[in-house]
Every structure is written in structure tokens, then in C-alpha cells.
Design a protein around this ligand. Sequence first.
Ligand code: ATP
Ligand code: MN
Length: 482
Amino acid sequence: MKIRRTKISELLKSGQIGTEVHAKGWVRTKRGNKHVSFIALNDGSTIKNIQVVADPNNISEDVLKLVTTGASLSVTGQLVESQGAGQSVEIHAQSITVMGVADPEKYPLQPKKHSFEFLREIAHLRPRTNTFGAILRMRHAMSFAVHKFFNDKGFNYMHTPIITGSDAEGAGEMFRVTTLDAKNPPLTEDGKVDFAEDFFGKETNLTVSGQLEGELGALALGEIYTFGPTFRAENSNTTRHLAEFWMIEPEMAFYDLEDNMDLAEEFLQYLCRYALEHCEDDLAFLESRLLEEEKNKPANEKSEMTLTEKLRFVVENDFERVTYTEAIDILRNSKPNKKKKFQYPVEGWGTDLQSEHERYLVEKHFKKPVILTNYPKDIKAFYMRMDEDGKTVSAMDILFPGIGEIVGGSQREERLDVLMSRMDEMSIPHEEMDWYLDTRRFGTVPHSGFGLGFERLMIFVTGMGNIRDVIPFPRTPGNAEF
Ligand code: ATP
Ligand code: MN
């Protein structure tokens, strides 16, 4: 009788002790001697391996020779309680079929520590490592949590376009989409590329945000969210920027700035709690990885909290809400500013905050997540709602330890005249945004929204140091491999 394959995550729950089982997976390690081999088998269903015990009476020498790290196996045998430490059950193999060999001379993933830099070069194989397996399972869990959070609240998942004809938001940092011949494009009379001849009959780009279209949805359905790929051609080679990343953008009719902040805070706490409750094994692995890494750090760089403590801290503590103006005062009078330790000194009111300033506020001053509000209008987008003072807008950025900005949002400007004069100030032609302005012409209402960078969230919940390591195939300047 054919025995059905059981996933290793199921086998480890040990309900089937004493029965004949069938497992499939990839070899992580093999050790042993001439009398017995111990094979650690992993099928991706959990970070844990199952131990397969093979003795030469059942399994031939020729087969065992092919059982090397990375090879794929189909194993049948008896599930028994394990004598060894570290696992509850193991399989005593009756038969092993090697489905695919992995020549140890050539297979790049050997059972030893590989640097993340090296693993990025073999991103097609790195999902088979413990660390990336854990990260990918957690990416799935967190994506699911995003949908569950909004679905439970009655939000509608809205699909906004990926190819966009509006460039109001991302001028200069967008990727052009074209089918024109790059070597020999059609030209207009004055010698410019003639995009009227292009596929869409106009200039088009990859989206930098689904927000503007999201607003159209919110002003019909009440509450919507988007969750999709986002593209930015900013040439910033940092550990927090990707050229292609995933963004979650809820947009809500009838929400003011405070409602917006309440939702964003609840959302982030929900996601951290979800990780703690649903990703226990993967988190435990990532936490021990970090503790190992910390051992080699100088005392002043050691982190005060473990990964799960950090997540719990976010879940259990209210975020600090501070205005931009208050933050500037704090930064101006801060030790690193007075001692000229900031790369960008904080001088006057009105300048944008750099990541070093954001991190000072979160990590040194408040020691908790911070929501900064009411930024100067000149450093924020045209659609943010003008405050009474005429100088600031109802923006809110959420700053997280180790990351800086994780969420950017605002109450949107719902007053047609104010919005149009803001667009004039910023030289955004009304004609191009006519469809957007229509929402303010017809049945306008106060509304708000924000954007959460999914990979920034993943940096936080996995404790990874580089955004390139929390997405399967990172796109960054000079890199679009795989
Ligand atoms: P930053 O100042 O950190 O570059 P931003 O102000 O340009 O971010 P927003 O336009 O407010 O970002 O986008 C909303 C969110 O999207 C940010 O809070 C962040 O979480 C995420 N995000 C923005 N740019 C990137 C990027 N290049 N890679 C990954 N995530 C990003
Ligand atoms: Mn922002």
C-alpha cells in the first residue's frame, strides 16, 4: 500500500508514533559512522528538521553515498520516539530514494556559516537556509495578518494600478514604462521623445504609491486598503531602501489625523502580536541567531532587548505622539547635536529629519516608537491637509527603533480651493490631476490614510539588519539578478 507523504511539521507533532510514515525533503546534514547514519531532513514546512536514522542493513551503501547536503530524499520508515537530545521523534528508515543529488563539490550551501553578502549572490538558493526559510515563512504570516486585520475591520482590499499615467507624486524617482525603441524613438517637431506614439499614447511609469487611486476607493467604499508592489528609482543605497518593495496603504473616509494615528498604532501592535503568537519557532531561531551575533559586538552596541522583547515592548506600550516642532526643540538641545555628532546638524525649524535624527528620538530620547505630527508644509506632499497655522500640515510619520520611518501618512486635504492653491505653489498642473480633484468637487469629506512599507516591517519583526535580506529577490541600484 502506498503511504501518503506527511509534512515534517505534522510528523513532529508526534501523533503518529509507531506507524509507518513517508517524508520528503532536502538533506541539511548527515553524520554518523559505518554502522548508522543520522540525516537531518527539512521540507520547509517548519524550521525544524526531522532526524532520519539509516542503517546499512536497510539502506544500501550506494544510496547513502548520494545522501549529501542539499540532496532531495523520499523516505519511508517507522516514526519512533527519539533517544537523542533535541528532537521528540525520528524516522527509522526502511527505504530511501534519492530524488535529486547535490554534488558536494559544487553545491554552494554547505553546513557552515555563510555571510549574508555571499547568500545575496545565491539568492536563488538562500531560501534553503534556516534564516531565509524563517524569513519567508514570516513574510507569508505577516501578509496574511495584514489581510486579516483589515478584513476583520470591514475594509475592502483594493487593487490600484501598477502602471500609472500620473507622476504628481514621484517626479524624478519613477521607472518609465515604454515599448518605444530606445535606440531610435519617434520624435516630436521640437526634438523631444514623442510619447503620443508610445503604447499607452502618453508617458507612463511604475507606481510609487497607490494612495491617490486608493482615495477614490475610500470616497466610495468608506474604508479600503491596498497591498501591492511599489517602485522607486531613488538612488539611495541604504539598508532601508529597495527599488521594488511592497506597501500597505489604508485610506479611510471620515477619519481625522487622530483616528489615523489610532488605526496605525493598533495595526502595528496587531502585527507584532501576530508574529509572537503565530511564528514562535521561526522567531526563536532568529532570536538565537541575533544573540549569537551580539556576542561579537562591543558593549556599547549590544542591544538592550532580545527580538521577542522588542516585539512585546511595541505591543504593550503606547507610542509617543509628538509634533515636529517639539521634536526639533528636543533635537536642537540634544547632546549629539551640541557635540556636533550628527552628520546633519539640526539648526532651524523647517528642515527635513534625517534617519539619524529619527533614530535618536526613538532609541535615545523616548525609548519607544514615536509618532511625529504636523510637519512643515514645504517638506511634505501637496495632498496633506493644511493646519490652521498655515505653516504645517496634518502629517504623521511613525518612527521605529533600528529603522526610523516605518509609516508615513496624513489627513488629506479635502477642501478644493486649498488643495488647488497648494498644487499651484508646487507647480502641479490641475489638468493632470482632474480626476483626483473631482473627489473634492463632488461630495468631498474629511479623510486620511497612511503607507506602511512591508519590508520595513519585516526588518523589525525578523531583527535583520538589511532590507535586502527580508525580500526574496531584492532590487537595488545595479542589482536585478534572478
Ligand atoms: P524615507 O524617508 O524612509 O525614504 P519616504 O518618506 O520616502 O521614506 P513614503 O513616501 O512616506 O516614504 O512611503 C511610505 C512608506 O513606504 C515609508 O514609511 C516606508 O515604510 C516605505 N518606503 C518608502 N520608500 C521605501 C523604499 N525605497 N524601500 C522600502 N520601503 C520604502
Ligand atoms: Mn514618508
